[in-house]
Design a protein around this ligand. Structure first.
Ligand code: NAP
Length: 275
């Protein structure tokens, strides 16, 4: 039997197949750089967040590490995700060491391959080695879909703990999500609010606004809660302290089955980015 990846709404965590617990709401740091990134990370941590998503390609791993130190929250309470970009796949060992040096947090909680590319199996095997060496605790993938997973999984040893893909009410991946979850792999949504430039349309959606009014919550909170009820982890990005606080305040209400259905019917298969 596959491991249990159901969400614990008391602790607000999920147990990964690697045995580690991961928070189910975090902050994404794409496009946050310099002091903005440091402040977003420390504000999030001071407001109860314990999960941070970064990547080599966001050019902010150093600032994420600084934000962690600035927050005063003990490192062992925090779960950090970073990613190797395809340009790093050929020499992943060196790139893992560089990520560790920039983040300066002793170990990486979860490292993902950013998207499929040449040498991805080779890079994954280097991540497996780094797990054995204690440099990384859990490993996974991003932007992998059913076909890609079917060819990738037979080539590797450690089952991915998580797959991070684009998911929002206009791009729901209704086939992909249950497929991944059926393998005991946790699913995480990038662009949960549609992504920068698209979030306005989603946040003004009539159906979502009506549901938000029913619960006296914001549309952003309704979308994030919809993900949580589908057992999809969320990492909304924000540099606005009010939004950061709002995005984790989603545990005091529940969407009804009818509301979940209404959101399901908003699917447009509208992908907003490749990665
Ligand atoms: P997003 O979370 O869908 O949306 C972020 C946008 O929404 C920002 O403009 C933000 O502006 C706004 N926002 C956030 N909370 C809000 C709220 N409560 N009310 C109103 N507006 C709000 O997009 P994202 O940050 O690009 O994506 C999330 C994370 O996913 C990224 O940060 C990154 O970590 C990850 N990601 C991964 C991949 C991949 O290929 N693996 C690709 C893209 C993204 P403010 O700053 O003003 O709040």
């Amino acid at each position: 039997m596959e491991n249990d990846i159901s969400f614990n709404l008391q602790t607000k965590t999920v147990r990964l197949n690697s045995g580690y617990d991961m928070p189910i709401v975090g902050i994404g740091t794409y496009s946050l750089t310099g002091a903005t990134c440091v402040n977003s990370v420390s504000t999030a941590l001071q407001n109860g967040y314990r999960l941070i998503d970064t990547a080599y390609m966001y050019h902010n791993e150093r600032e994420v590490g600084e934000g962690i130190k600035k927050s005063g929250v003990p490192r062992e309470e925090i779960f950090v995700i970073t990613k190797l970009y395809p340009s790093q796949f050929n020499d992943a060992e060196k790139s893992i060491n560089e990520a560790l040096e920039k983040l300066d947090i002793d170990y990486i909680d979860l490292m993902l391959l950013h998207h499929p590319g040449a040498n991805d199996v080779k890079a994954y095997k280097e991540m497996e080695k780094a797990v054995r060496e204690g440099k990384i605790r859990s490993i996974g993938l991003s932007n992998w879909y059913i076909k890609e997973l079917e060819s990738f999984l037979p080539q590797i040893t450690i089952m991915p703990a998580l797959v991070q893909n684009e998911i929002h009410p206009y791009y729901q991946e209704n086939e992909v999500v249950p497929y991944i979850q059926s393998k005991g792999i946790v699913v995480q949504a990038w662009y949960p609010l549609g992504g920068r430039g698209h979030q306005k349309e989603l946040l003004n959606d009539k159906v979502l606004k009506e549901i938000a009014q029913n619960h006296n919550k914001s549309v952003a909170q309704v979308i994030l809660r919809w993900d949580i009820q589908k057992e999809v982890v969320v990492i909304p990005g924000s540099s606005n302290p009010a939004h950061i606080k709002e995005n984790i305040d989603i545990f005091d209400f529940e969407l009804t089955a009818e509301e979940m259905q209404k959101i399901a019917s908003l699917e447009r298969n509208e992908k907003h980015d490749w990665y």
